[in-house]
Write a new protein. Structure first.
Length: 457
């Protein structure tokens, strides 16, 4: 063992003693020590470089000087060579000029241009992910990250393509379906009604929507509530009998199914023409629709043809505020029950003239007197017939006059009054009806020509 672990050389035999004969061999022999010296010399570094290092060299804080300038790969570099390179390399100089804080990363901003950016421990953990599986776990991607992208079955659908799901799907959060096509989301089921359901998690009550034989049906906990057919007709089945205020806003209105009824106030709402209609499928041609409507504050009733393209109005009622103004019957005969249980001042038709309009002082015959009686119970009043420009009476206007006291009929400006007496041609003049007299005052064509026929004149 020529050297110990620290490189120190120790003699292999004890020192020789003068005058004694040294042994040639054996543990203390001369040959043993000479062999050991030969081994130590072989392990020494030759100055002429004929032998390479056989192990790593520790300079122990010292340096190797006198190196020639390196010219090939694998050669040691002199200090001045390295310093010159560091000063002339643009990228190295750029990196050397950075101030790098803890957690910063260096990145290139261009050719030989660099900068720093902060990084997080999570971001750095991505760099150190061992493989793709470790990266998915780190990012909590789940199994969808490795699913096949496609348009049907178990595949994951693209956001910009149609996707067909063949199984049940549950959405527990808010989902927005949008797109340029009319079919944003399509429910399809071969051979049966396609259905979607909305379930309230607290009590599991559910609304469902399905396409059943081209009819869109909405059900609540399995019981159908609303149906809309391909023509746009909406049918509200038994659900509305439970009461409550329901607003119908469909363009064509809504209808109740057979034997269904409303039990509370219903509102038909429209910005212009709100209508409600009765439809009898068994009625004759152009006799199936009957409709009433509200348009601009006017209440109307009309009959509609089967094509729902034209209508004939038979009653309109106008209003001022909440008070009715005029109820007008068109294109029909108005008949009133001939055996009333009571009689009011404005009763008409077979109910008789009704209670008289008593006028005991100066009075102008008014539109409201048409078909009624006007009576003078005292005094000697004058009743004036105003011109059409003042009171526009209609064709066939008639009023019955009762003179319990004397009445004078006076002609207004431009008005003619023809008195039909027992004999002779009628005269155009004012008429005095004496006390106890009575007669009929009428205007045949609705102009300024009036006629009177009565007793005691």
């Amino acid at each position: 063992m020529p050297r110990d672990g620290s490189g120190n050389y120790a003699r292999a035999v004890d020192p020789y003693v003068g005058g004694e004969i040294a042994e040639a061999d054996g543990a203390d022999g001369v040959n043993t020590e000479m062999d050991d010296i030969a081994d130590a010399l072989s392990d020494s570094l030759a100055r002429n470089g004929e032998a390479p290092f056989t192990g790593d060299q520790d300079a122990a804080g010292f340096t190797v000087g006198g190196l020639r300038a390196s010219t090939a790969n694998g050669e040691a570099v002199r200090h001045e060579q390295l310093s010159a390179y560091m000063l002339t390399d643009v990228l190295v100089t750029a990196i050397a000029g950075l101030t790098v804080a803890a957690g910063d990363v260096i990145y290139a901003t261009g050719v030989d241009l660099v900068s720093t950016a902060p990084s997080t421990s999570f971001g750095r953990s991505i760099w150190n992910a061992a493989d793709a599986a470790a990266l998915r776990t780190l990012a909590a991607l789940g199994t969808a990250a490795v699913a096949t992208i496609g348009t049907s079955g178990d595949a994951v659908g693209k956001l910009n393509t149609n996707k067909t799901d063949s199984g049940n799907n549950t959405h527990t959060g808010s989902n927005l379906f949008s797109g340029a096509d009319a079919n944003v989301i399509t429910f399809y089921r071969s051979g049966a009604a396609a259905k979607s359901r909305w379930i309230e998690s607290t009590n599991n009550n559910a609304w469902g929507a399905r396409n059943d034989a081209n009819t869109l049906k909405f059900d609540y906990n399995g019981t159908d509530r609303v149906e809309i057919d391909a023509s746009g007709n909406a049918v509200f089945d038994g659900a509305l009998t439970a009461g409550g205020s329901v607003v119908l806003t469909t363009a064509t209105g809504a209808q109740l199914g057979a034997a269904n009824f409303f039990t509370a106030q219903q509102t038909v709402q429209s910005t212009t023409f709100a209508s409600f209609q009765l439809y009898s499928t068994g009625a004759g041609t152009n006799e199936k629709y009957q409709r009433w409507w509200n348009n601009g504050g006017t209440l109307g009733f009309d009959f509609v043809n089967d094509a729902y393209s034209s209508a004939t109005s038979w009653l309109t009622v106008t209003r001022s505020g909440q008070s009715p103004v005029v109820a007008e019957f068109d294109v029909c005969d108005l008949r009133i029950e001939p055996t009333p249980t009571g009689q009011a001042s404005n009763s008409a038709g077979f109910r008789g003239l009704g209670a008289a309009n008593t006028r005991n002082s100066a009075y102008s015959i008014a539109l409201s007197d048409n078909g009624r009686s006007v009576k003078a119970a005292s005094g000697t009043p004058t009743y004036t017939l105003e011109p059409q420009s003042t009171t526009d009476v209609p064709e066939g206007f008639a009023v019955y006059l009762i003179a319990e006291s004397q009445i004078t009929l006076s002609r207004g400006s431009g008005v003619a009054l023809y008195n039909y007496k027992a004999s002779g041609a009628p005269a155009n003049a004012n008429v005095t009806i004496p006390q106890g007299g009575c007669g009929l005052l009428w205007n045949p064509v609705g102009d300024n020509n009036w006629h009177y026929k009565g007793d005691w004149v």
